[in-house]
Design a protein around this ligand. Sequence first.
Ligand code: C2E
Ligand code: CA
Ligand code: CA
Length: 772
Amino acid sequence: MIRIASSLLARPMLFVLAGIGITLATTAVTVVSLYEMRLDAMAQARDAAENLVISLQKETERNLDIYQLAMHDVAMTIQTPSLSGLSPETRQLIAFSTISNAKEPGVLFATDAAGTIVFGSRSLDSLKPNVSERDYFQIQRQQKHAGLFLSEPFLSHTSDPPQPEIALSRRLDDGNGQFAGIVAGTLRLNYFRHLFEGSILGRHGTITLLRTDGTVLMRYPFHAGDIGSSLAKGHSLDPLVQSDHGTYIDIAVLDHVERLYSFRRIGSYPLIVVVGLATGDIYAGWRKRAMAIGAVTVILDAFFISLSLMFARQLRKRLAMECQLRQLAWFDSLTGLPNRALLQRESLRVLTNHSRDAASFATLFIDLDRFKRVNDTQGHAVGDEVLSEIGRRLREHVQADDVIGRLGGDEFLAILQRSDVLKATQIAGRILNDVYRPIVINSKHDTGITISASIGIAIYPHDGQDTDALLRNADLAMYQAKSAGRNQVRFYAPEYERQAKEHLELEIALQRALRSNALSVAYQPKVDAAGILRGAEALARWHSDKHGQVAPDRFIAIAEESGLIAEMDAWVMGEACRQLAEWRAAGVIVPNLSVNVCAADFRRPDYPEFVARTLLAHGLTPEDLTLEMTERVLFDESAEDVRKSLDAVHALGVAFSIDDFGTGYSSLSYLRRFAVKELKIDKSFVQGIGGDAKAESLAQTLINIGDVLKLTVTAEGVETAAQRDFLGQHGCHLYQGYLFSPPLPPADFRCWAETNAARAAHAQRSCASEPG
Ligand code: C2E
Ligand code: CA
Ligand code: CA
């Protein structure tokens, strides 16, 4: 998996923003292009309208020019005296040949000053029509400089049915400059209608031809009523007359349709042609395209946004996974505290910081006391609950920049920044108190568990220059705290290191001694009230060439820690049985032998079989052997394999004795459960007799318990006759201690036993000889 967490790409929001950005950009581009397309559409329409107007204007102007020319021909024919002599047909030909080039011409004629037609393109002579009432006649008569005049539209009676026409007129003056009549030509407005009808205008386009005074001459689409109406009603005239051509947008008053209007004055004629294209039509194509493009854009935008959202979601998932992996790699899943790997990294960081500032900091090695027992007796689930609760409590004792983590098992590590001996002592003290508070176990119906911790402290730079040395030395100090009785704080001292080295050396030496049969067994007698030997306890002894006589408490502890204990106990049992068999063969009376055992022995799957085999090998019966064990072993009963072993050994008929009775749990139920045969009152109570009232009353209570349960009560460590007497008075059965004999090598024990037997025999004899 590629690590992306540290890069800029690790922000899912960035993808969402990028998605939105791209969407906005594409949308903006689309909007701008659509806007430009719209402008284009308008520009094209403008061009089209202008081109159309120009072509209409050209066409119309050309036609009107022909009219002018034709009218000029007529005027000339009338006014040129030399032509009056020609035949009427010839004059007719000269005067009216030009008009045949015009489109949709009506009639062409000249009048006299009274308005009577005197010369016409058709045979109007018979009608002798008079046009003096027409506006085009009157204007010419009244205004000398009217020039070319365009009439209002009127219905022509020369055609059938009558058609709308306009007339163009021009004034004729006589030689004195007096009004002599007019020359005029009529033009069928149908001409414009046909002209306009061929144009492409869209659904709501219009073409209007009007006089400069606003009179509509023709309008397309065609409505007969429009002809002759005034524009002022529907359209403002102002822009049309202010210049001779132009284009503008306006809303028509008539139909409220917005149009682009393009107009042009037709040559020098008082006529304007106006083309109107509805903006709705102009934009129709554009609108269709815009809708399509818009739809595509919306789809693309939605696609982009959902793509970026999808990507962001994907990324977020992946980041969460990475975070989880990191959590797994660096944090302990049970307590949520930094794990060993992270602790190492953090220690290094703290070390670097402090070495730069030459400041001191404290490394605290925190180890729970007898945690294993919680695990073994209460189960792992409870053990886990205890650990996580302890983790939670520990966290509360360190500051934000300090470090607290779990090294593994029941070991925790705290690093206190800028901390000296005093501060470390205070915090370690608080931790001990807090750990010791009862822990409520939810899964066990709110039962409370009390556990203590041992803390070892190493201070930088005094106790170590690097993280490894600090950790090692804090660990050593922690061991000292354990050796000193647990639930304590110890600072590292170089002395500890020496001791630790020795510990390791001893472990190796012990292993060697065990394998080379260099251990021995001492035997301590157990006697009854009369001092007669009732049994003996086998106690392991080790004399090392290098370390001299090593105290059993010491090497037994080492054997336990290093896992040698089961092997050692097996050896002691074998040796003790062999010895007992040897003594019996030699006639030495030893009623019973006790050997010390521990939980590790019972964990051997073949232990019961081993015990049976050993007894058999030396010709002994199960009644010859007693197994001394502390209450702890029986408490381990919850561990299935230990319980099975205990039952199997018990089934052989081997007796169990509770060693150090009174120092442990002293629960009576398990004493019944395993049919224990003997209680050994711990020497701490025995030695209190004669001085310590509390020890005395406890010893008494313990004897009572044995009494109630009908067990043999044996007192250990009896050193004085007073102790023996006190114990005897309260019902103790057997005694063991220096008062009778220390543990002895086999040969010495044999002597002691023989002397004891002789004394017993003597005592019996004297008893018997005494008069009853
Ligand atoms: P323990 O089973 O309580 O053994 C009795 C201890 O009390 C022995 O110490 C013995 O020497 C000592 N003792 C006897 N009489 C007196 C007395 O009058 N005054 C005083 N102050 N002490 C007395 P030892 O031999 O040092 O053994 C220490 C412990 O080592 C034993 O305590 C036993 O728990 C353990 N141990 C010894 N041998 C073995 C062994 O083979 N296997 C196992 N698992 N443990 C053993
Ligand atoms: Ca013992
Ligand atoms: Ca004991």
